[in-house]
Design a protein around this ligand. Structure first.
Ligand code: BGC
Length: 379
């Protein structure tokens, strides 16, 4: 039995909110599957947040509105054990450094390379920032991966809608461009990314996401088995600029039409393929239109499977060849060469200079809209 004094203190504690038996705010928050917390500040004092999206199975995606970066993604193995399967950092500092290799980021305006940073549109030549030798890479010096995006939580989904207005002339690109990227985490364990944009002047656009996956959660990715739904790829020159040819993968180490371990042929020296460094090639996808299966990756120890679906005509398969152990990431992990792989769904590199490639031109009055889905399962 409670004495008067106990009852008095209990009543007082309830009033002061120490014992929140009924608190409508808490109830809603507990149900909500998207939560926001402060992540830090950019050097110019812009506040950035971290959004945690959780689905009914406990799969969790964390995204910051700095660069639209996917900071972590926890997916279950064949025993239901969750592991973070993307490379990155625990806090904001690592992402704010200039030499981060685009971990998890939204890439724009143009994913991958544009030769010599030049292209012509409607009879005018445009010159873009050069940030990869003599070429333009991933949107330039300050691409979409290094800007603060507006963010809106969408509880149903759960989803995070990011938006950014890129000014006429930014990094050399023409036209004011209004971009939106919506991340949705579905109960089918899919992270869906919907990109849309409009421009007030003809411009070029090729948005993607640069997440480095490691389905084991750590270590080398060479044991991962990969299937890429592509009969052809775009060969490149020494500067990794496509030659313009669409070449059959048949009989080459680029043939992933049947699953193969990443490590199986990666060291096969082939000057024509420039495979010496590892995979860093654009594949011409067989699908098209509605999101179609682009790739499937299986990690045999954990049993985790990643499937990628996209509306895009291409995917850049990049095996973390330029990671060199100089970056210390989450939990102090040292990211060595080939500790992560990317499947960057995209239009082909250097399309603005390759009239035969699918066009990346966005005209005023048109709407850019693409979708990519990363689906996680285990077997
Ligand atoms: C490119 C690589 C580049 C990497 C940047 C990939 O999309 O294809 O060549 O080094 O991004 O980390």
């Amino acid at each position: 039995m409670m004495g008067y004094a106990d009852r008095f203190f209990l009543a007082l504690a309830l009033c002061l909110g120490f014992v929140p038996l009924w608190n409508p705010r808490r109830t809603t928050e507990a149900k909500a599957r998207i939560q926001r917390q402060p992540f830090g500040k950019t050097p110019d004092q812009k506040v950035i947040d971290l959004y945690t999206l959780t689905n009914a199975h406990g799969v969790e995606a964390r995204i910051t509105n700095y660069g639209g970066i996917l900071v972590s993604l926890k997916a279950p193995d064949r025993n239901g054990k969750l592991a973070d399967v993307v490379l990155g950092f625990d806090g904001p500092e690592g992402y704010l450094k200039n030499n981060t290799p685009y971990f998890g980021a939204v890439i724009g305006r143009y994913g991958n390379r544009i030769a010599k940073g030049r292209f012509s549109l409607n009879g005018r030549e445009y010159r873009l920032a050069l940030n990869n030798g003599e070429n333009h890479l991933h949107g330039g010096i300050k691409g979409f991966d290094k800007v603060v995006w507006g963010a809106r939580e969408v509880k149903r989904g759960p989803a995070l809608a990011l938006n950014y207005v890129s000014k006429d002339g930014e990094e050399g690109y023409p036209g004011n461009l209004s971009v939106s990227v919506v991340y949705t985490l579905t109960d089918n364990n899919e992270l869906k990314i919907e990109y849309s944009a409009t421009a007030d002047k003809a411009t070029i656009l090729n948005l993607t996401n640069h997440t480095y996956f490691n389905l084991a959660g750590e270590g080398s990715i060479l044991n991962h088995e990969v299937m890429i739904n592509a009969d052809r790829f775009t060969p490149v020159d020494q500067g990794l600029i496509p030659t313009g040819e669409l070449r059959s993968v048949k009989g080459t180490p680029m043939d992933f039409t049947q699953p193969a371990a990443i490590g199986a042929r990666i060291e096969q020296q082939d000057e024509q393929l420039l495979l010496g460094k590892g995979y860093d090639h654009n594949f011409v996808l067989n699908g098209g239109g509605a999101p179609a299966l682009a790739a499937r990756v299986y990690e045999p120890v954990s049993g985790r499977v990643l499937e990628v679906y996209t509306t895009e005509p291409g995917v850049q398969f990049y095996t973390g060849n330029f990671l060199d152990g100089s970056i210390k990431g989450k939990g102090g992990q040292v990211y060595q060469r080939r500790y992560g792989f990317c499947l960057e769904t995209q239009h082909f590199p250097d399309s603005p200079n390759k009239p035969d490639f699918p066009s990346t031109v966005l005209k005023p009055g048109e709407k850019y809209a693409t979708t990519t889905i990363f689906k996680f399962s285990a077997k």
